[in-house]
Design a binder for this molecule. Structure first.
Ligand code: FAQ
Length: 325
C-alpha cells in the first residue's frame, strides 16, 4: 500500500509544480502550446469554446448560403460566395486548433449533431430578405470581429494564431455587409425600409452574441484568469455598441432601442435591457430555425461520408505505395 502512496503523492507534487510553471507562463504572456502541460480544466474550456466557435462558423454558412442563388448582381454573388467559403475555412482552422488539444474532429461533430455542443444563437434566425445579408455582414461579422480581435491575444497559441487570420477575413466581411447597407440606405423608399427592417430584426440578437451579462456568465471568471478570454462579455458588447451606433447614424437608420443614448459621464452609449429569454430560446429551443439548421448539417455530413472515405482510402494507399518505394 505504502509503495502505491509514494508515487501518487509524488505526482501531486509534480502537478503542483507544473501548474505553477503554467500559471507563470500565463502571467508572463507566454503562449501555451499543444505539448505543454496544462490543467485539465483549461484543456476542457478551450475545447468547448473553440469547438463552439468552429460549429458556429460552419452552421453560419446556412443562413447566408440561402441567398447565393438570389443575389441581385453578379458582383454581389461573387462577394457572398467568397464570404461563405471563408466561413467554412474559419471552421476548418478552428477544428484544427481544437485537434491540437487531443480531440478528433469527428467526435466534435458528433457532439454538435447530438446536441451536446452549442453554436452561436445568431444562426438560428431566418434570413428573410436580401437586406438581411447586408445586416449579417455589418452586425454579425462586426460583433464577431470585436470578440475575435480580443481573442487574438488568447493564451493558447494555436487559437490565437488562427484568430489573427480569421480577423483579417472577418473585416472584409464586415465591410462588404456595410457596403450593401449603404447601397440600400441610399436607395428607393422600399430599399430603405428593407434595410431598416433588417436592422430591427438583427440588432438585439447581435448584442446577445457576446453571451450573458458578466454576472450570469458561468465560465468568464476562470477563462479571464487563464487569459482564454481577455475581455468580458459586457465589455465587448459595449465596445460593439459604441462602434456601431455612429455607423447606423451614417446610414440614417434607427437602432430599435428607445433607451439608446450617449452617456457623457461614462463615455459610452447606454442601452436598453436585453431579452435573455429570447436568447436562451434561440440557443436551446427547437423554435426559429434550430431544427432546420441541424437537419441540413447532419444531411451534409452524411452525404459527405463517401468523400471522407475516398480521401482516407487514397491517403492509405498513397502512404502504402510510398513505404513500398
Ligand atoms: N450563443 O459563461 P459564458 C461568427 C453559452 S462566429 C450560444 O459567458 P463563454 C462568424 C456558453 O457556451 C460566432 N451560446 O460562456 C460568422 C455557455 O454554455 P455552456 C461565434 C452561448 O464561453 C459570421 C453559457 O452560454 N463566436 O459569428 C452564447 O465564457 C457570419 C454561459 O456563457 C465565438 O464562438 C451565444 N452567443 O463566453 C460566421 C467566439 N454565448 O458552453 C458566419 C468564441 C454564451 O457552458 C456568418 N467564443 N453561450 O453550455 C467566445 O468568445 C465565448 O465562448 C463567448 C461566450 C463570449 C461566446
Amino acid at each position: 500500500m505504502a509503495g502505491h502512496e509514494l508515487p501518487n503523492s509524488q505526482s501531486k507534487v509534480d502537478d503542483k509544480e507544473l501548474e505553477q510553471q503554467f500559471l507563470a507562463k500565463i502571467a508572463e504572456e507566454i503562449k501555451i502550446e499543444p505539448k505543454d502541460w496544462m490543467p485539465e480544466g483549461y484543456r476542457k474550456t478551450l475545447i468547448r469554446q473553440i469547438a463552439q466557435h468552429a460549429h458556429s462558423e460552419i452552421i453560419g454558412m446556412q443562413p447566408e448560403g440561402n441567398w447565393i442563388t438570389r443575389a441581385p448582381t453578379l458582383e454581389r454573388k461573387i462577394g457572398l460566395l467568397a464570404k461563405v467559403q471563408d466561413e467554412c475555412g474559419h471552421g476548418m482552422y478552428l477544428y484544427s486548433a481544437a485537434e491540437t488539444l487531443g480531440i478528433g474532429r469527428e467526435e466534435l461533430l458528433d457532439r454538435l449533431h447530438d446536441g451536446q455542443m452549442k453554436y452561436s444563437n445568431i444562426f438560428n434566425y431566418p434570413t428573410l430578405t436580401w437586406a438581411d445579408i447586408g445586416a449579417i455582414g455589418w452586425l454579425v461579422d462586426g460583433a464577431a470581429i470585436v470578440n475575435q480581435i480580443s481573442l487574438c491575444r488568447t493564451s493558447y497559441g494555436p487559437y490565437a494564431r488562427a484568430m489573427v487570420r480569421i480577423c483579417k477575413e472577418e473585416s472584409f466581411h464586415q465591410r462588404q455587409g456595410y457596403a450593401m447597407m449603404v447601397t440600400l440606405a441610399k436607395g428607393t423608399a422600399s430599399q430603405i425600409s428593407m434595410a431598416q427592417d433588417a436592422l430591427n430584426r438583427w440588432w438585439w440578437p447581435s448584442l446577445m452574441m457576446f453571451g450573458p451579462h458578466d454576472s450570469e456568465s458561468s465560465h468568464s471568471s476562470q477563462s479571464m484568469a487563464w487569459k482564454v478570454k481577455r475581455q468580458s462579455n459586457d465589455e465587448l458588447r459595449q465596445r460593439f455598441i459604441d462602434i456601431t451606433v455612429p455607423q447606423a447614424d451614417h446610414l440614417q437608420l434607427t437602432i430599435p432601442d428607445p433607451k439608446l443614448k450617449w452617456n457623457e459621464a461614462r463615455g459610452h452609449y447606454d442601452f436598453g435591457a436585453i431579452d435573455w429569454d429570447e436568447f436562451w430560446a434561440a440557443v436551446n429551443g427547437p423554435g426559429l430555425c434550430g431544427d432546420k439548421r441541424m437537419k441540413t448539417r447532419v444531411n451534409a455530413h452524411e452525404n459527405g461520408q463517401w468523400v471522407r472515405q475516398a480521401a482516407q482510402t487514397y491517403a492509405r494507399k498513397h502512404s502504402g505505395s510510398h513505404r513500398a518505394a
